[in-house]
Each structure stands twice: as structure tokens, then as C-alpha cells.
Design a protein around this ligand. Structure first.
Ligand code: ATP
Ligand code: MG
Length: 392
């Protein structure tokens, strides 16, 4: 029998969300995510999802790694099935966990039995397997409270399974459970992290990027496409909306005071993102803004940008230190790309002395010198849409 992957469901168990929807969504996300690893059967029994390869050509390592990136799963284990017989279970534990049994100092066996027809109860199975493992690996100490290695035995309907400790899964909620939002993706470190964090809460994302040729280069655009691609193992397939921003920036520079440039620019970003949200059924925006990080990220500045936006703005990294954001960025695999040195449209025409405590009425006044609606409509006509998926 081939190894299987056992997945434990996350938060739904605690929160009493609609369990059925949660499981269905999660299973379809798993099936989609494993498509390129071979043919698998995915089904659930008693809070465990079973991922069973249907042929020898399935890439189990790849599938295991993929499962660790699927939101809604709290732990991932690779397990070896065997016949439902006490000696088959023992033999399986010896062969499957041999190297771990050799290297550990202490161990215990923990059994779950959902097949109540099995002739021994959980305690008897643990004692039997534990006793004979102890004989086979005499250096091991039995430690029921804090063992270095826990040998898990699960006696289920179809088979018995043996596995070592589970690894943590990605947690969160299955993508699609939490509706849709537009995430503003720059080329920086913060916005890929904020996208990841909101996706983790079960939200399907549409990505928006503003680019300003010729001030920003083709490489800067490629960099953002690459970041979006690096997010897909977590966030699933997404559409990246690339919005031309040059004319808006030039108009602001021409018509508004320099110290208000960034503030007004951000109001345009919000409006354009809202327009994309309306077209795509999204109910919120997501940004990588962090309090106090730059001039445009004071509370007064946030008030100014929120004023131009009729949807809630989710800012998951608002209270995080840079190091914390960087740590997540490294873990999810976007850091190396984020630090490539290409300019972003925000660095074009940056004011020398940006206003950090703007007055909303004053900002509105300056902005009224511009043809806001005309500029928005024109930018929206130039949107380029790219589908970003695991398949490339
Ligand atoms: P990041 O590291 O995400 O670039 P930052 O600290 O550099 O953030 P800003 O450049 O002020 O901060 O941008 C704040 C947020 O505005 C970004 O996190 C992102 O959500 C959005 N944003 C900025 N520039 C762009 C852009 N060119 N396209 C899309 N969104 C952008
Ligand atoms: Mg930036």
C-alpha cells in the first residue's frame, strides 16, 4: 500500500463556522492544488482529510509540500497504511519509523481507534506495539509525558496507519470562505505579506498594480508579476490588474502643491482599486501600510486616503515592526524578489518634504483642480490583466 497524507482541519472545529462549506471548499482547493502532482483521491473522515495517491507516478514529496501551503489545514502528516492486524502495525512502525526510532532517546505510542470492531482497544494497541518496539530498540526510554518521538497508530475503517509527529500546516481558513478583496501589490516587502495574511483568512484576492512608464521600467513590472507568482502557492490562481499611472502622476505634479503629491496620489490609487473591486465582486481593499513607516502612513494621512475610498481598507501589517514583516516575507518566499532594486511608482516625483499631518479639507481643495473622474476613466481603459497561476 502506498503512503498517504493525512491532514487535520483547522479553525472550523472551534468556531462552528458552517462546517460543510468549510470542508467542501477545502477539499476542492486541495484537489486543484494537487493537480500537477499526479492523480490523488481526496476525502474526509472524522476531521481528517485523506490524500491518497492513485498511482506510483504521484509525486508525494511535492504533494506534501503543497499541502503545507493550503489554508484551512492545521497539521500535515505523511503516514504509512498497513493491514489492520497488531503485528502488521508493529512491523510497519519498525520499517517506516526505523531511523527515528534509532535516533530518539525516548518514545511513546499513541493510538486512535475509530474502527470499534478492532479486537483491541487503543490502550491495548499502544501497550502491545510500545512493548515490542521497546524490545527491538532497547536504548529507548518510555516517556508518556514528554517523549522525543511519538509513534502514532490510527486504526480506521479501511486500514491502519502509522506515522510520526505531524508538522504544522498553514492554518487559516480555506480560500474562498471569506469572500473577495482587491490587494494593492507594489514591488515592496510589505504588500506581498499583507496579501498573504488576508488570503490566510480565506479571502480570494484580485491584485492591482500601478505602473508609471517610462519612470518605472519593464523590469519593475516583471518583478511584480514574479511576486504575484510567488504568492499563488498560498493564494491560488489570481488576476493581476496592471493600471497605467503615469498620466495621473504627471497631472498631480502639474496641478497640486509638491508636499501633497503622495497624499493625492494615494487617493487615486484607492479610487482605481475600488473601481476594480466593483467590477470583480470584491468587498474590501488590502494594503501593506504600516503605521509610521513612511510619511504617508500617519493616522492623518490614512484619514485622507480612506476618504477617497468607499470600501473598508484592510491593513494587516499596520501594527507590525519591519523585522516581523521581513520574517514572514522570508517564510512565504517573497523576500528575495521584494528586495530587487527596481523603482516603484511611489518613488517617482517623491516630495522633498511630504505633509505628514494633512488637513482633509485642504487636500480635497487641491485635488479639485484635477479632472479626477476623467483621469480615473482613462486609466481604467488602459488596464492590462494577467492571469497568474501555478502552471505559469
Ligand atoms: P510596500 O513594501 O508594500 O511597497 P511601503 O512600505 O513601501 O509598502 P508605500 O510605498 O507607501 O509603502 O505603499 C503602501 C501601500 O500602498 C503598499 O503596501 C501597497 O499596498 C500600496 N502600493 C504602493 N505602491 C503601489 C503600486 N505601485 N501598485 C499597487 N499598490 C501600491
Ligand atoms: Mg513601496
Amino acid at each position: 500500500m502506498n503512503d498517504v497524507i493525512l491532514l487535520k482541519l483547522g479553525e472550523v472545529v472551534l468556531k462552528g463556522l458552517n462546517r460543510r462549506t468549510f470542508e467542501d471548499k477545502l477539499m476542492s482547493n486541495i484537489r486543484r492544488r494537487l493537480q500537477h502532482c499526479g492523480k490523488f483521491q481526496v476525502y474526509s473522515r472524522q476531521s481528517t482529510i485523506y490524500v491518497e495517491p492513485q498511482s506510483d507516478s504521484c509525486d508525494m514529496d511535492e504533494a506534501y509540500a503543497a499541502c503545507k501551503q493550503i489554508f484551512g489545514i492545521i497539521s500535515v502528516t505523511r503516514a504509512r497504511p498497513c493491514e489492520k492486524d497488531k503485528d502488521a502495525i508493529l512491523g510497519c512502525a519498525k520499517s517506516y519509523l526505523d531511523s527515528q526510532l534509532r535516533s530518539a532517546k525516548s518514545f511513546k505510542v499513541e493510538t486512535k481507534r475509530s474502527d470499534k470492531k478492532f479486537p483491541m482497544n487503543s490502550m491495548e494497541i499502544s501497550q502491545y506495539v510500545g512493548g515490542l518496539l521497546h524490545d527491538a530498540y532497547p536504548h529507548l526510554i518510555v516517556d508518556v509525558h514528554n517523549p522525543e518521538l511519538c509513534v502514532h497508530v490510527e486504526v480506521r475503517e479501511k486500514a491502519a496507519y502509522v506515522h510520526g509527529p505531524a508538522e504544522p500546516g498553514a492554518g487559516g481558513l480555506p480560500i474562498g470562505m471569506g469572500g473577495k478583496a482587491v490587494s494593492l501589490l507594489s514591488g515592496g516587502i510589505d504588500s506581498p505579506v499583507s496579501s498573504f495574511m488576508i488570503a490566510k483568512r480565506g479571502v480570494q484576492l484580485e491584485l492591482v498594480h500601478f505602473f508609471s512608464p517610462p519612470y518605472t521600467s519593464q523590469q519593475a513590472k516583471e518583478k511584480v508579476i514574479e511576486l504575484a507568482r510567488e504568492l499563488t502557492p498560498w493564494c491560488g490562481r489570481m488576476t493581476l490588474h496592471i493600471i497605467p499611472f503615469t498620466e495621473i502622476q504627471e497631472e498631480i505634479r502639474r496641478g497640486c502643491p509638491e508636499d501633497h503629491f503622495t497624499l493625492i496620489m494615494r487617493r487615486f490609487m484607492m479610487r482605481l482599486a475600488v473601481a476594480v473591486a466593483k467590477r470583480t465582486g470584491c468587498k474590501a481593499l488590502v494594503t501593506g501600510e504600516c503605521l509610521g513607516q513612511v510619511a504617508s502612513q500617519t493616522m492623518d494621512a490614512l484619514t485622507v486616503s480612506d476618504d477617497a475610498c468607499e470600501l473598508p481598507v484592510l491593513r494587516p501589517v499596520i501594527g507590525m515592526d519591519k523585522e516581523e514583516i521581513v520574517r514572514i516575507s522570508r517564510r512565504i518566499g517573497t523576500f528575495a524578489t521584494s528586495i530587487l532594486p527596481y523603482e516603484d511608482c511611489c518613488t517617482v516625483f517623491t516630495p522633498r518634504h511630504p505633509r505628514t499631518h494633512p488637513d482633509l479639507e485642504e487636500v480635497r481643495q487641491y485635488e479639485s483642480a484635477l479632472d479626477v473622474e476623467g483621469l480615473i476613466a482613462k486609466a481604467l481603459q488602459g488596464v492590462e490583466r494577467i492571469t497568474i497561476s501555478m502552471e505559469g
